[in-house]
Ligand binder design. Sequence first.
Ligand code: ATP
Length: 618
Amino acid sequence: MVQKYKRRKVLIMKRDGKQKGKNNELLKTILLIVLVLLCIAGAFAVYYFNTKEEKDEKELAYTELITSINEGKIEKIEMTTGSGTIKVTMKGEGEEKDREKRVIVPSLQAFMELIQDKVDKDGIKINLNQKPVNPILRISDTLFSLLPTILLVALMLMIFKMQGLGGDSGKVYGGEDGSKKSEVRFNDIAGLDEEKGELIEIVDFLKTPESYQKMGAKIPRGILLYGKPGTGKTLIAKAIAGEAGVPFISMSGSEFIEMFAGLGASRVRKLFEKAKKMSPCIIFIDEIDAIGSKRTSNSGSETENNQTLNQLLVEMDGFDTHETIIVLAATNRPEMLDKALLRPGRFDRQITIPAPDLLGRESILKLHSKNKKFAPDVDFKDIAGDTAGFTGAELSNVLNEAAIIATRNKHKEITNLDIENAVRKITVGLEKANRVVSEKDKKLTAYHEAGHAVVSKFLPTQTNVKEISIIPRGLAGGYTMYKTNEDKFYVSKTELLEKMVALMGGRAAEKIALNEISTGASNDIEVATGIAKDMLTVYGMDDKLGPISLKVDDPYELQIFGDKVIDEVGNQIQILIDDAYKAAQKILVEHIDILDQVAKRLLEKEKITSEEFEEFFN
Ligand code: ATP
């Protein structure tokens, strides 16, 4: 249950302007459906009322009619051209009207041929009417027969509408349609100074393209922004448009994905047509991996994706030098992209947008603190120290959560404690102080968490404990939080090995103190196995295997290494985990008294701070 920044996805509402347009679209689609349904109901009603009278008449089955003809019981047959129903008059006494019956005939022609002899022999009277059928009935008849076609067309229309056929080809900011301009400026982006520096020339080019063109300078057409979600890629694209004062057309890769072949490609074409009319401008394609992933030779939806990507490549090649259009695209999975996208003339400039460092985090926190009230002792530098690895979006979320917590607790200002609680809520989940936990589970959690903390204390590369808790939070029964005030670029082999030992501390403590093991260690085991696997297959840290990478795009590529290498990886992962577990056990056996004391204190107080923990070692 070591819980180091296992992060919940931060939800950010984006493109709220688009919502309104989508609502209109939805309204139109609903109206269309209602209209089609009304037409169908109308056709039904007309058909029903016009045939009601006939339905009320007495009916005779076709087979009964044939028998009656054979038995000579029929006096007269009345037929109307174009109708599948005939009227027969039975022989007998009484009014003719009372002896009339209606029969549905499958085929008039076949019926005539069948009864020809009988008619001649028995002298049955045949009346063939040419009189026109009730025009309303004819229309409703036609409508009725067309019903399946109408339904099919309506369904297709609905799907096309929902897919936004021909409609949406990018949300425009600052277009001639009076849409709102991008108001984001470079000042609204904290940190990322080098990245901003690199993009300033793009702003200049968009402002004064002529001076670059006169000099014969070629400005990149496409810029790819790499980085994990929430690092500010969209913000940067908007800021370039805002600084240059040019329109900004934004579309997400997933919006190009269509069920019908060719629609994705048509959207790409429309997007670029729109941009050409607005030049100078910026096209921003978020999540480009949704359409830009490596092409395949498969059929079906793959072909549709390939067509969309091909169209994008064609459009990027098709700019004229006088068309001042910059295509910015963002992805957090650069390895997925088709190589053709990265060729010169396309996205030939790539900028990595990293998660902010210590200083970056401090400045992002300061920027997002502007419209909030904080207690005087709140220090953003401290918060930045506690949030290593957080993205800009997550930091902004921390301050927002802190403001919510402060309001709920009726604080006048946001306090340090509110912020700490917000960080914990985002990293470990919400505290569930009211969850009923059995004494047995509490004891198990206390030893498990104490195990992590005590083991890591004896591992030089591991950071100090910040807090240990056995109050359930999110899905975890408890957690051990470590101080994270150092931004590291590289991680050493020793550090990775010791991290695995600290992770094994929980399970080892359960076994040593309670002679029991539990499911509570599942996350630790998963993380430790992941580290071992990466050490062998990504970082090339195994003495026997050497510095090789087994990271391959296609599992078939692994075959070149042979079974021996694959088996070796499996063996070594087990050895690394086993060694880590033994090392954790050794530390705990040597310091079993401290393990006991920490666990007992946890059972008493439920939470131990870093200072209280350090006291056990003095
Ligand atoms: P995704 O990959 O999920 O689309 P992204 O990288 O495009 O994410 P943005 O949408 O640009 O991320 O960022 C989300 C929000 O996070 C921004 O609106 C902003 O509030 C905040 N943010 C991110 N980075 C920064 C930063 N460097 N300075 C200030 N705010 C930031």
